[in-house]
Design a binder for this molecule. Structure first.
Ligand code: DX5
Ligand code: ZN
Length: 223
């Protein structure tokens, strides 16, 4: 099963209820929420208040992607706002193990993200505390960038490792994904697909999601 995760960053912030309704009806699975602090990445987005406001109007699984330094400071706020999973960046914390354990202790699902310049195997010692690995397929910070194809090699390595060790861990890709290249991501072993521009900026988001799902089904991971 491929999970489609539209990224709210590309939505119309003046019309969030309507945008959320559209993607939910179109069969999206997750809502990807990009949190940026202007320090870990050179951009600002939104915080827990916005998530709290939209939580009552959406049944989607809230997939919170923290691009902030020392994320431990805000975990409680994002949980209180309604996060179903919280992904932290390997590069953003002094002790990722403690942060992942903290999230787990609160019975929220955990994610560990790696930026394009980070080797895939740094995550291995932490996998016992991880529900999802997020492989960034662009440099974090902005929507609308082009996919870095080489990052899919890391997806393949992580998929091989996870399968070889029979681990129950999802692999998410994020950045530059559209119906044109989603097949490369799924055939490399990704099963959670983030897409911002390709869905919310499409003339018909419903059709964009349907085309992405179709391309994903036609390009499964075969090992
Ligand atoms: C980038 C964010 C992405 C971004 C994806 O730092 O993590 O989630 O919104 O946007 P697109 O799909 O437009 O590349
Ligand atoms: Zn993201």
């Amino acid at each position: 099963m491929t999970y489609i995760a539209p990224s709210l960053l590309a939505a119309n912030f003046a019309n969030l209820t309507e945008d959320l309704r559209k993607i939910e009806e179109a069969g999206a699975n997750y809502l990807h929420l990009d949190i940026m602090d202007g320090v870990f990445v050179p951009n600002l987005s939104f915080g827990p208040c916005l998530i709290e406001s939209i939580r009552p109007v959406s049944k989607l699984y809230f997939d919170v992607h923290l691009m902030i330094v020392e994320p431990i400071r805000y975990i409680d706020n994002f949980i209180a706002a309604g996060a179903d999973s919280i992904t932290i960046h390997y590069e953003s914390c002094k002790n990722c193990r403690d942060v992942l354990q903290y999230i787990r202790d609160k019975e929220v699902r955990t994610g560990l993200a790696i930026s394009p310049d980070t080797p895939w195997d740094v995550i291995v010692p932490l996998l016992d505390l991880v529900d999802m690995v997020l492989v960034m397929t662009v440099h974090p910070g902005f929507g609308g960038q082009s996919l870095i194809y080489g990052s899919l090699d890391k997806v393949r390595e992580i998929r091989k490792y996870i399968d070889a060790h029979a681990l129950n861990i999802n692999i998410e890709v994020d950045g530059g994904i559209s119906e044109k290249n989603i097949g490369l991501a799924t055939s490399s072993g990704a099963n959670v697909i983030v897409a911002g521009s390709a869905i919310f900026k499409a003339p018909r988001p419903r059709q964009a999601i349907a085309l992405m799902r179709e391309a994903a089904e036609q390009n499964p991971y075969v090992g």
